[in-house]
Write a protein that binds this ligand. Structure first.
Ligand SMILES: [Zn+2]
Length: 388
């Protein structure tokens, strides 16, 4: 039977971690390719391939910075060069296990999704920060949670994660750029999953400990599911539990009541800000007369800071400019609006941005944007007078 090796290497037995994932220390034969690049035999470090990051560790006294497939060979980049010869290779156990737990969790999630929910896995990413599985169809969060519960049953069953070769039933989930070969390495988890894979896995599903599905994201016709496994899954749950505890204390209610309390608070905040806006609109003429008026060159500039909401800043700036037949500058909550009859509004905004930072723009008549720092009326005057 002919097939495809999802590995880019044509000798299965040399990839020690396929059949012996627990070997973290091994004497290897090093062959130097160039300065800090070497190949080793047997291969104990997983390279960066198949959506899984490279192993870290040491070969002799050299640190392994990267492991990648170059022209069909697994090449190790070291921090210090090594001569040809025998050395002890040590794999970073903590990182290997952490990734192996997540990767095995992905097999279970994909297997359950396919067998019970008719979802095909079309992409996988296993990283230190995030892990994702892409399904070919849209799913809701309830379905994702069912997959999560079913996956945890597989973890609890503590069944072996086996490596077999040339399995006729194996599905190839994603199209990796492997090398044509007569050999396919298949990872089998009982009746739950059998798929062609080049990665590292734990020995038994119980070694994963816990699988958590964290979120869903719509992707074209499918869904991206983010998940984690092992200790990061516990840490994630602890963070969410702490947040819920804090929210309960703040709102003095139970967890079940939180969504209702939150919706009410949002509604109430929306109504209040509408009321404040209405009141501020009525008070705009007062803010026009209370603006600080200064002369910049031969033109009058009126400045008002933190008087109205950002939404009314443009309107107030325009009213000040008309009233003094000059320039109105209104700053509120980090946003700024400038309206000018005589000066270049956009030029004034640029001048402020040079000193305090921010973004935005406009025309000679009106400009608006954001300021990176809080400023006082005196500082605005000083900046605008500078260089005039
Ligand atoms: Zn795998």
């Amino acid at each position: 039977m002919s097939g495809r090796l999802f590995a880019g290497y044509n000798s299965v037995v040399k990839r020690l971690y396929w059949t012996n994932p627990d070997v973290y220390e091994k004497e290897v034969e090093v062959e130097s390719i160039s300065d800090c690049k070497v190949t080793i035999e047997p291969i104990v470090f997983h390279p960066d391939e198949g959506g899984q990051p490279a192993d870290k560790g040491r070969i002799g006294e050299s640190e392994v910075l990267n492991v990648e497939i170059i022209d069909g060979r697994i090449v190790h980049t070291l921090d210090k060069p090594l001569n040809d010869g025998k050395y002890i290779a040590r794999v970073d156990r903590r990182q290997r296990l952490s990734i192996a737990r997540r990767h095995t969790a992905q097999h279970i999630i994909s297997g359950i999704a396919e067998r019970r929910f008719d979802l095909k896995t079309i992409g996988v990413h296993i990283g230190f920060e995030s892990c994702t599985v892409d399904f070919d169809k849209k799913i809701d969060f309830e379905t994702a949670q069912k997959i999560e519960r079913d996956s945890m049953e597989v973890v609890a069953e503590n069944i072996p994660v086996e490596t077999v070769f040339n399995d006729a039933d194996a599905r190839t989930r994603f199209d990796l750029k492997g090398i044509e070969s007569d050999m396919i390495r298949v990872v089998k988890i009982g009746d739950y999953d059998a798929s062609a894979c080049c990665g590292t896995h734990v020995r038994r599903t119980g070694d994963i400990g816990i699988i958590r599905i964290l979120d869903l994201e719509s992707k074209k016709n499918g869904t991206r599911v983010s998940f984690t496994a092992g200790l990061p899954a516990v840490e994630f749950s602890q963070t969410e539990t702490s947040m819920l505890k804090e929210l309960r204390q703040l709102s003095k209610c139970s967890t079940a009541e939180l969504p209702m309390i939150f919706r009410k608070a949002l509604e109430s905040a929306k109504n209040l800000s509408k009321q404040v806006e209405r009141l501020q609109e009525q008070m705009l003429p007062g803010y026009v007369t209370s603006a600080s008026i200064v002369d910049i060159g031969s033109s009058k500039v009126g400045i008002q800071i933190d008087a109205v909401s950002a939404k009314l800043a443009g309107k107030l700036a325009s009213m000040i400019a008309s009233e003094i037949d000059g320039t109105g500058i209104v700053i509120s909550d980090g946003s700024i609006a400038i309206n000018s009859k005589k000066l270049d509004a956009n030029g004034l905004l640029k001048k402020l941005h040079i000193v305090v930072g921010g973004k935005g723009g406009g025309s000679a008549n009106a400009a608006s944007g954001m300021l990176d720092k809080e400023v006082t009326t005196e500082q605005v005057i000083e900046i605008l007078k500078g260089g005039t």
